[in-house]
Design a protein around this ligand. Sequence first.
Ligand code: FAD
Length: 475
Amino acid sequence: MSDVEKRDTVIIGAGPGGYVAAIRAAELGQSVTVIEKSETVGGVCLNVGCVPSKALINAGHRFQEAADASTFGITTQAPSIDFSKTQEWKQKKVVDRMTSGVRMLLKKHKVDVIQGEAVLDSDTKLRVVSTGPKQFMSADDGLTIEFKNLIIATGSRPVEIPGFKFDGRVVDSTGGLNLPEIPKEFVVIGGGYVGTELAGAYANLGSHVTILEGTPSILPNFDKDMVAVVLKQMKKKGIDVVTSAMAKKSVQDDNSVTVTYEVDGKEATIKADYCMVTVGRKPNTDDIGLEMTDVKTTDRGLIEVDTQGHTSVPNIYAIGDIVPGPALAHKAFFEAKTAAGAIAGNKTANDWVGVPAVCFADPELATVGLTQTEAKDKGIEVSTAKFPFAGNARAVSLDEPDGFVRLVTTKDDNHNLLGAQVVGPGASDLIAELSLAVNSGMNAEDIALTIHPHPTLSEPIQEAADIAIGFPTHI
Ligand SMILES: Cc1cc2nc3c(=O)[nH]c(=O)nc-3n(C[C@H](O)[C@H](O)[C@H](O)COP(=O)(O)OP(=O)(O)OC[C@H]3O[C@@H](n4cnc5c(N)ncnc54)[C@H](O)[C@@H]3O)c2cc1C
């Protein structure tokens, strides 16, 4: 191995941004090297994020179904759960399966994967320090790589807050996903989408959960009437939600953690088995040698990019959680393809109008494009059309009638679709149709004239479109 290796397209990080960029760059004929510091590929999403959290949420739903199906006239016996088996299933049958699939795809595309930590030396060179067994390819300490093009996809990590050092019974989302037991009492600090999802999962698995949220509402990125549907379900499940609550400190002993928080100047405490802190994430841009380059960052440490992912250095691109915009895996996937294409000379650019966002709460929430409030803030006059799942035969037969579909359209006779929100059963899947509609510049009539199968959860989309054009059917 020479002191300086010359490589074409180099990617730092094998998360949703990095591995998808690698596949697309290889498909476009580039010779690709990925440098990943952990021993597995797939990043946060596959290992400690999107995928294991949905597995745990699913386990919680199964447990609930087994515990009570009396609505349908079915008598069940109190189920028991061996949580170590749940965790083993989550890891081996879900996470390991998905990450080995990614590993195989990278191999098939002849992507060289080096296990090591990359640190930039200049606008054209980086150093790789080996971080483990030479699993994929040798990466001796001090290997220097000179790259033609670089895509940085180093992702993000959880934020710690004073008084809550991640240790023992105070855990971040990764710790929360991997608890050794189902807590009897579980405190979640931060009611964003990660905190809300895991709070729901553990409540369904039998925990008593308290969410402490610093702002006046959980899920601040979703409309209030959507959040109200989730809060109603939380109340039914016995989840306590304390808003405008400032977490002050945590004290641990061998068996518990006591959390002190303040609301309206008054202090209160909760004794719990575990306390999970999910108050946000920060970009992994502070320890990758950016100061040795001309790459510019924002004051939040995000890398400034144009619509193709170019940084301020023409041959260096950045994608995923380290660039502005929602920190979501599907956004990283999209940016990855754009950046790999840009290196190949393609003209595709990112356009953030139609990035859907989903929270897998009970019930699910999903949004795409503009909300009514965002439209108002932009000075755009809009109309809204809302159809409740209570009027949908499929939702009623599933015994999940709470929630609605809302379309946000221009306030004119064209009814152009600017955005849509869904809260209710299947929202995470239903938003895909609405994303296609928003991204394709469709109007409400296009949706109203598209036959939706009956009886399905997709019909409220067509029903809302009927309302938008002034011809409501089932309402
Ligand atoms: C609990 C949880 C649930 C989530 N659920 C969802 C969801 O349902 N849907 C959704 O869209 N998003 C979800 N997300 C967010 C999603 O996981 C991230 O948006 C996504 O993983 C970002 O991808 P990325 O490629 O930018 O970074 P990451 O996934 O963070 O990957 C970055 C990779 O870079 C590596 N790396 C970092 N620095 C270096 C270095 N110097 N050298 C070499 N390698 C390095 C890291 O080890 C890591 O593997 C969730 C996140 C969490 C925490």
